[in-house]
Design a protein around this ligand. Structure first.
Ligand code: PAF
Length: 282
């Protein structure tokens, strides 16, 4: 496995591999790898000749009051995990390498961002789309792997790939959970022990909503109310949103039908957690 920090060196390697006719699976991350990332890498490993993992905490996608400086980082640990997963290249650029000057062009995402995380994180998806545009151009992957945990990101990346005609196949991989249901996230380490226990209510409330739908509930507002009450009752977390939309269009629904997403974001003392369930309703 090679660790590459310079864009021009990464390009040279990619062009060499492409010249040999190799397919390239790309897993973009901000590091502090957990099992969710490892499942993306493992799928990329199975489906491609070469696997490139990027580790870059992208300042453009953090708001002024967000956790850019405290976002967990541990490169040595990430390197060992990547090596064990048989990654071929880690692309690990510095902020100065990726943004040597204030960018003269940024990507602006115009659809599917005024809801869910996009609503409370203005500019977040512009930052994600801008860095991915750079990374896609540098890595030129055959396939790019993203977790369904951030379902809105998957929808936005789908738009980015098709709008900009990137010849890349988007692969969305299922959410990986702890034994108690909490969705794996690099940010979970910032939960204090009491909150870690309470955080299981996110997934339990989603399951409970699914159960209620299975028993005939059709009204999104009733479900949102039920989920919110459960989260407020069983945790000290502050609800950022509980929303139900069509998926992947992310449009409001009067009645439940087709493919829907139930999505939640809850703020704990030092961390904000997200989770979702995508359900097909016949
Ligand atoms: O999901 C993430 O970790 C980031 O948003 C990504 C896709 C690596 C872009 O910085």
């Amino acid at each position: 496995m090679k660790v590459i920090t310079a864009i021009k060196d990464m390009r040279t390697e990619i062009l060499k591999q492409k010249g040999l006719g190799k397919t390239i699976g790309f897993v973009p991350t901000m590091g502090f790898l957990h099992e969710g990332h490892l499942s993306l890498i493992s799928q990329a490993r199975q489906e491609n000749d070469i696997v490139v993992l990027s580790i870059f905490v992208n300042p453009l996608q953090f708001g002024p009051n967000e956790d850019f400086s405290t976002y967990p980082r541990d490169f040595n640990r990430d390197r060992s995990l990547a090596e064990a997963e048989k990654v071929d290249y880690i692309f690990y650029p510095s902020v100065e390498e990726m943004y040597p000057y204030v960018p003269s062009v940024k990507v602006v995402v115009q659809e599917r961002t005024d809801v869910l995380c996009g609503k409370s994180r203005p500019g977040h998806f512009d930052g994600v789309a801008t860095v991915l545009t750079k990374l896609f151009t540098i890595i030129m992957p055959t396939r790019a792997y993203f977790g369904k945990k951030d379902a809105q990101q998957v929808a936005v990346v789908d738009g980015l790939i098709s709008d900009f005609n990137f010849p890349i196949e988007l692969i969305a991989v299922d959410i990986i959970r702890e034994a108690d249901g909490l969705a794996k996230s690099s940010r979970n380490v910032n939960l204090i022990p009491e909150e870690r226990q309470q955080a299981t209510v996110l997934y339990r409330s989603l399951q409970s909503a699914k159960n209620t739908i299975d028993h005939g509930e059709q009204n999104p507002a009733n479900l949102i109310c039920m989920i919110s009450e459960m989260i407020n009752r069983e945790s000290n977390g502050q609800i950022d949103y509980v929303e139900i939309f069509s998926y992947p269009q992310l449009k409001p629904l009067e009645n439940l039908n087709g493919t829907i997403i139930i999505a939640i974001a809850v703020k704990f003392s030092k961390v904000r957690l997200i989770d979702n369930l995508i359900i097909q309703i016949d």
